[in-house]
Design a protein around this ligand. Structure first.
Ligand code: CO
Length: 134
């Protein structure tokens, strides 16, 4: 069901410093920061030859990554995103297998303008999984 790895997302306490580290130390191609108010995050995209890295910094008081950074003050891997062809079909198959979808269970438009869903980390070896319809 799952296809390509779309991105790995890393929560960071200081997105400007993290972007600079990827640009200077690691020599990567780094986008300008983008504030996504409806998602409560500021994001930077790093384009690698075979996938992307997303840096996420909390934005506003209700940010979904604020608690993660309280537990991981230096930052850390937050989620991985797999591509699927049909997100509703993938969700229904996963729910029928006993997996839990976070939130309302309905796809939302994610950072790349495509429908996304998140799966409960307890059902996937402690890893928060994002599915993105491509
Ligand atoms: Co993501």
């Amino acid at each position: 069901m799952i296809g390509r790895l779309n991105h790995v997302a890393i929560a960071v306490p200081d997105i400007a410093a993290a972007a600079e580290m990827y640009r200077k130390t690691l020599g990567a191609e780094v986008s300008a920061p983008e504030a996504l108010e409806e998602h409560g995050v500021t994001v930077v995209f790093i384009t690698l030859p075979n996938t992307k890295i997303e840096l996420l910094e909390p934005l506003g008081g209700e940010s979904p990554i604020a608690r993660f950074l309280e537990r991981n003050p230096d930052g850390g891997m937050h989620h991985i995103c797999y591509e699927v062809d049909d997100i509703v079909a993938a969700r229904d198959q996963l729910v029928n297998s006993g997996a839990r979808v976070l939130g309302s269970g309905e796809p939302r438009i994610g950072a790349h303008g495509k429908p996304v869903l998140f799966l409960h980390p307890k059902d996937f070896n402690g890893t928060l999984i994002e599915l993105e319809q491509t």
